[in-house]
Design a protein around this ligand. Structure first.
Ligand SMILES: *Cc1c(COP(=O)(O)O)cnc(C)c1O
Length: 246
């Protein structure tokens, strides 16, 4: 992990304070514009590559949901995080053989995209006498090297998952293609909102559909206007990522 000098740390914490203030104001405005209340929208801080000292400062400032996207990095940071004041989620691609490292650590896994993965989460949660909240990730842009279930496979997967014990599907997650323009992104977000509402109406067992997680630094306002109630924001909060010292 990046080791920061005191000056660098102070500087990054100051920048974070300003960014957080601005982002919260924008989220509140987008919430109201889309007929909701600011508190209806959950801001999840995407903390990959961010040093723990900076994350903990964010937690002090009220970041009460954080998400890591690599198992190893999450485990490395876990003990040093101020976990009494935040909840830790997993938002990245997850291999079945790594599920065991997350049970008991994270409150939600946002990236379930196969029955095999869901079964392993269910199996280990049963064993630990826990229930795991998950989101099903949709590959909304049908990108070849992206995780997520294809839209036409979503309802089948949800029906299968709904039979599993110790697992609760709380909603959907998506990452539209990074190179999509505003119009295309809008289309993807609207499609996701449609799937979200359609699934909600089906009232499947163990599927509550109350979280629609979409929107990142470049498009969280747009995502909220399209119906998201959770946005995952990294670089707009913490600054550009530095991968060199990981
Ligand atoms: C990194 C990451 C984000 C945040 O990306 P930014 O563009 O930096 O806001 C959101 N979701 C997932 C799954 C990520 O891995």
């Amino acid at each position: 992990m990046e080791k920061l000098s005191n000056d660098e740390l102070a500087q990054r914490c100051r920048a974070l304070e300003e960014n957080l203030k601005r982002i919260r104001a924008e989220i509140a405005e987008a919430a109201v514009r889309s007929g909701r209340k600011p508190e209806d929208i959950t801001l999840l801080a995407a903390t990959k590559t961010v040093p723990v000292e900076v994350i903990n400062h964010g937690i002090e400032l009220g970041l009460d949901h954080i998400g890591e996207n690599r198992v190893q990095e999450l485990c490395d940071k876990y003990d040093a995080l101020e976990r009494e004041k935040t909840d830790v989620q997993f938002i990245g691609h997850l291999q079945t053989n790594k599920v065991k490292y997350l049970i008991g650590k994270v409150s939600m896994i946002q990236s379930v995209d196969s029955m095999k993965l869901a079964q392993e989460i269910s199996r280990l949660s049963v064993r630990e006498h826990q229930t795991m909240d998950v989101l099903v990730e949709v590959n909304i842009g049908r990108e070849e090297n992206k995780s997520g279930v294809l839209p036409e496979q979503l309802s089948g997967l949800l029906e299968e998952i709904s039979s599993l014990p110790a697992l609760r599907v709380r909603g959907l997650m998506a990452i539209p293609p990074a190179d999509a323009d505003d119009v295309a992104t809008q289309h993807y977000f609207s499609k996701m909102f449609e799937y979200f509402i359609d699934t909600k109406h089906k009232k499947l067992d163990n599927v509550s559909m109350d979280v629609l997680s979409m929107g990142m630094s470049a498009d969280y306002v747009q995502a909220i206007l399209a119906g998201a109630n959770m946005v995952r924001v990294g670089s707009a909060l913490f600054g550009a990522r530095n991968y060199t010292n990981l």
